[in-house]
Design a protein around this ligand. Structure first.
Ligand SMILES: C[S@@+](CC[C@H](N)C(=O)[O-])C[C@H]1O[C@@H](n2cnc3c(N)ncnc32)[C@H](O)[C@@H]1O
Length: 332
């Protein structure tokens, strides 16, 4: 049985979220990494008063983000040093702005969750499925290191290494392209997404010297023509915005966009068949009620079923870090 103390931890879980976001936004982690390890140092460097600096350091110690042996000098935890110092590869600090902000995915929106459950409607200025929602660039930039890790896992696991032509639908900042184009000199990517996202992706690919093999098509994925004769189609973190019948139609379009023998790769925060795990995906599902008009978090077996009904062969699933599940199949 869950103890009262565990329930109290859950009732205060948003404190931890806020403290972590404040650590990122106050630049304290980067300053500690640079050797500003005491409260006095950090007050001077951040311009904050000593009292809130002490409270921030205690809060960050309470959630395990930093540590101290003497209450005077602080050091970052390994995870903070690895993932929350801006400029380092794999930086996850982009989520701080999202959770602390007023928009989609923020704590203010989450505080209205029971309202969303009652009405069955998203809470917020728009549902995230609205075209050109400013949420997308912010989310996709924050998500990019996560998707890059999934793309690297997909590269190792899936029969995609000989692919020449890849279509990434809802590709966001171009995370799959950034990983796969570096690994294969003979590969080209086309990304279908809304124009602001494509502009961001192009900037990223240009910075990495890969833009000559990366093309974009601006538009809505439901209405825009998809490139044909692809060796691979990628749908990463897209299906959870849409209801089952729309996803079944998207997978049929993916099949029509593949050359014979081509591979469809889906990545999702999917549930297993017990609907008791993974815990992250179970919680993520609540967010789909908050943020989308008809989205949901699906079981990997449901996605597999849609793929099989769309005519894909040899459909397989595999959990991959971080927190994702790959589902892939071959077009006959
Ligand atoms: C959660 S992000 C995922 C980005 C990337 N694939 C990843 O896994 O990191 C969803 C992406 O789908 C795009 N998207 C959502 N609905 C769309 C639609 N109807 N037409 C075109 N793009 C859409 C968004 O602009 C965004 O880039």
């Amino acid at each position: 049985m869950m103890k009262a103390s565990e329930l109290l931890e859950l009732f205060s879980a948003h404190w931890s979220t806020a403290i972590l976001a404040a650590g990122v936004e106050s630049n304290v982690f980067a300053l500690i990494e640079d050797g500003h390890s005491t409260a006095e140092d950090l007050a001077r460097e951040t311009g904050m008063e000593p009292r809130p600096v002490r409270a921030l350091l205690d809060g960050l110690t309470g959630i395990g983000a930093i540590d101290t042996d003497d209450g005077v000098r602080y050091r970052n935890s390994e995870a903070v040093a690895r993932f929350l110092i801006a400029g380092r590869p794999g930086y996850l600090g982009g989520f701080a702005r999202i959770v602390a902000g007023d928009g989609d995915g923020g704590m203010r929106q989450w505080s209205r969750l029971s309202e969303a459950f009652r009405s069955g409607r998203p809470v917020g200025p728009q549902a995230i499925t609205t075209p050109d929602n400013p949420f997308w660039p912010e989310l996709a930039m924050a998500l990019q290191p996560v998707t890059e890790e999934v793309a690297a896992a997909a590269w190792d696991l899936l029969p995609v290494k000989d692919a020449r032509k890849v279509l990434d639908v809802g590709g966001g900042t171009g995370a799959f392209a950034l990983v796969w184009l570096r690994k294969s000199a003979g590969m080209t990517f086309t990304q279908l997404d809304w124009a602001p996202m494509n502009a961001l992706a192009l900037a990223q690919l240009t910075k990495s010297g890969l833009s000559s093999r990366f093309a974009v098509v601006d538009g809505d994925m439901h209405e825009t023509e998809w490139e044909k004769q692809n060796d691979v189609v990628v749908l990463s973190n897209v299906l959870h915005h849409e209801p089952p019948e729309v996803n079944a139609a998207l997978l049929s379009r993916a099949r029509a966009a593949l050359a014979p023998g081509g591979i469809l790769v889906v990545s999702e925060f999917a549930l297993d068949d017990t609907r008791r795990a993974p815990a992250f995906a179970l919680r993520f599902h609540a967010g789909m009620i908050l943020q989308t008009a008809r989205g949901a978090c699906y079981q990997a077996s449901e996605i597999r079923g849609w793929m099989e009904r769309a005519g894909f062969d040899a459909v397989r699933t595999a959990p991959v870090p971080p927190l994702s599940t790959l589902v892939w199949g071959r077009a006959p």
